[in-house]
Design a protein around this ligand. Structure first.
Ligand SMILES: NC(=O)C1=CN([C@@H]2O[C@H](COP(=O)(O)OP(=O)(O)OC[C@H]3O[C@@H](n4cnc5c(N)ncnc54)[C@H](O)[C@@H]3O)[C@@H](O)[C@H]2O)C=CC1
Ligand SMILES: O=C(OP(=O)(O)O)[C@H](O)COP(=O)(O)O
Length: 335
């Protein structure tokens, strides 16, 4: 069977990781990546063997900078079965007409609104909803992390209510422009933050409310969750459920911070030191007056990457069983 042809439009933090994860799979391949500028990431993409495309008015600039442009974004799209749009939030929306005109399937990221695709995706929670779809949105890193723990708890014990506080990294490690560098910023001040409503775009019946702040750190997000469950259970029951989840890792063993979680990613030999799973502190999982509490860390640069691979598989109907797709993706990535 021929491999599904995948194009990456926007080769930044998310795009370059999706490209590498797709390359690891045996049922899909990268036919090109689109970069706007001939920067170091474009040179690395070229060195890795990816065909580099660019905006129509930048083809000459890319080639004269030393990266032979394979063509325009439109040329790239015309060769693809599915485009993974990893342009900055709000930019992807403008590309929809391009994809519709070319008759190509498209995946957007969490920086775009749900309505753009009409299907918001998390592999564990609603894989089947994306089967055969033309347009899908993989929800944001934080929302992905929330769905991965809320969905299995809801399946087993029923979720009555979720309250979550998200302590968000201010910027990605390579971002030299974004702050704060010495402040804690309630963001947004008007509540709830987008994360609770976003979980409902994947699992509509969940009663959830969220608040979020930005902190002067680049490594990871950290969530404090408080969940009321319908049925009684113990902290050990919850730990047992989390331990079974393919994209949840229980941490302890001297890991007391996001810095040590990131060090673990490097020690595991993960590409770029990525941590694709939610990291739940085992010792934090607590039942108090019948309510569940725990902490989890989310690596914003990488947790949505396996989800994008599964979204491709669902949209292209390469696999109808979500659990099988998750297992296949994880195995290929070494997760
Ligand atoms: N960085 C993160 O922590 C996460 C980001 N997301 C979402 O993923 C999406 C992408 O975010 P990042 O990768 O962080 O952004 P980024 O800024 O690192 O990368 C975006 C890339 O798209 C390129 N680009 C800009 N305009 C373009 C255009 N018109 N055509 C083609 N390429 C263009 C930029 O040059 C850059 O290489 C956003 O929707 C964001 O909200 C989701 C989860 C986590
Ligand atoms: O999807 C993310 O976060 P979010 O779930 O808080 O929207 C990424 O960390 C990007 O967030 P940013 O929009 O602060 O760069």
């Amino acid at each position: 069977m021929s491999k599904v042809k995948v194009a990456i439009n926007g080769y930044g933090t998310i795009g370059k990781r999706v490209a590498d994860a797709v390359t690891m799979q045996d049922d899909m391949e990268i036919i090109g990546v689109a970069k706007t500028r001939p920067n170091y990431e474009a040179f690395v993409a070229h060195d890795k063997g990816y065909d580099v495309y660019t905006l129509a008015d930048r083809v000459d600039a890319m080639t004269s900078a030393g990266i032979p442009a394979a063509g325009t974004v439109e040329d790239m799209i015309s060769k693809a079965d599915v485009v993974v749009d990893c342009t900055p939030g709000g930019v992807g929306e403008k590309n929809k007409a391009l994809y519709e005109k070319a008759g190509v399937k498209a995946i957007w990221q969490g920086g775009e609104d749900h309505d753009l695709a009409g299907c918001s995706f998390n592999a564990e929670a609603n894989y089947a909803e994306a089967l055969g779809k033309d347009f899908v949105r993989v929800v944001s890193c934080n929302t992905t992390g929330l769905c991965r723990v809320i969905y299995p708890l809801d399946q087993e014990y029923g979720v009555k209510k979720v309250r979550v506080t998200l302590m968000r990294r201010a910027a990605d490690p390579n971002d030299i422009k974004t702050g704060p560098i010495n402040a804690i910023v309630p963001n947004p001040i008007k509540l709830p933050s987008h994360h609770g409503p976003d979980v409902k775009s994947v699992i509509p019946h969940i009663n959830i409310t969220s608040t979020a702040v930005k902190l002067p750190t680049t490594l990871m997000h950290l969530h404090t969750l408080n969940i009321e469950l319908e049925k009684e259970c113990t902290a050990d029951d919850v730990k047992a459920i989390f331990a079974k989840q393919p994209r949840v890792r229980m941490v302890g063993q001297g890991i007391t911070s996001t810095a040590e979680v990131m060090e673990l990613g490097k020690d595991l030999g993960r590409p770029r030191g990525d941590m694709w799973e939610n990291c739940v502190w085992e010792d934090s999982v607590t039942m108090y007056e019948g309510e569940l509490y725990f902490f989890q860390a989310i690596h914003q640069e990488s947790d949505v990457i396996p989800e994008n691979v599964d979204a491709i598989r669902a949209m292209m109907e390469l696999e109808s069983d979500g659990a099988k797709s998750v297992a296949k993706t994880n195995k290929a990535m070494g997760l």
